[in-house]
Design a protein around this ligand. Sequence first.
Ligand SMILES: NC(=O)c1ccc[n+]([C@@H]2O[C@H](COP(=O)([O-])OP(=O)(O)OC[C@H]3O[C@@H](n4cnc5c(N)ncnc54)[C@H](O)[C@@H]3O)[C@@H](O)[C@H]2O)c1
Ligand SMILES: [Zn+2]
Length: 263
Amino acid sequence: LAQLPLNRNQSLAAVGGGVVGDLGGFVAATYMRGVRYLQVPTTLLAMVDSSVGGKVAIDLDSGKNLVGAFYPPTEVLVAPEFISTLPERQVRNGMAEVWKYAFVLDMSLAQDVASGWNREVIERCIELKRSVVEEDEFDTTGRRAVLNFGHTVGHAIETALAYRDILHGEAIAIGMRLEAMIGERLGITAPGTAEAIAQALGGAGFDLENPCRDATDVLLNLMVRDKKAESRKLAFSLLTELGACKLVNDVPESVVEEVLAQA
Ligand SMILES: NC(=O)c1ccc[n+]([C@@H]2O[C@H](COP(=O)([O-])OP(=O)(O)OC[C@H]3O[C@@H](n4cnc5c(N)ncnc54)[C@H](O)[C@@H]3O)[C@@H](O)[C@H]2O)c1
Ligand SMILES: [Zn+2]
């Protein structure tokens, strides 16, 4: 950018998936202490999730999104036409976040989601994310954390696999089932929720087997470092029932360990 040079009166456009959006936004936040930028998401995941809400970050070996900022774009331009060239696996990857909105906020979305994405599904997801972000832009009250359902376990799996072989949405699909099981074990999540999630996600083509099943200690160590965690206690966004979620700050490590070892 310095070589171009880009000056502070100009804007940057991040045209691409969530990786480009998160990186472009982080660059925009830090280059010259901040230049304006717009998000032009080209993957389903970026359209329904990462381009909205102003969280920008990059991953470090030590953990996902460890360096970043809250830095909203001036505009988000969503053109679903981009999805026509997106490989099927990447479309399913984005659908994981769509299912997340259904499980966490609005189960009426589930019927529409079962037959895949369409324009209206994208609009509803953006609207759901917008309403949550407006309530808690800087992630301080616990409200925004509900969008992290499935992500405490999911991020740990992604990091344990060095962000290779598994896509973000694939990891959080596994995480959503396991976190529902953790919630059930704690008596916070209504019984049968994990099974309902497994049915829905299995039907949508997700492989729900935990690839790190034999590395429970690695996952636990990564989760302790999760941004939501406060001093070695584990924090999870747990469903109370399908369509409702809350942040729970003091989940015992032993319960998480039991679920991870068994499922
Ligand atoms: N900032 C947030 O709030 C937030 C939310 C969710 C996820 N994320 C982040 O987003 C990232 C995942 O984003 P993603 O799923 O978009 O992955 P991605 O950016 O890696 O894109 C997936 C692949 O699709 C290709 N691609 C992009 N658009 C295409 C198109 N229209 N046609 C064909 N190929 C195309 C890309 O080159 C890439 O190979 C993760 O790093 C995740 O942490 C951020
Ligand atoms: Zn996500």
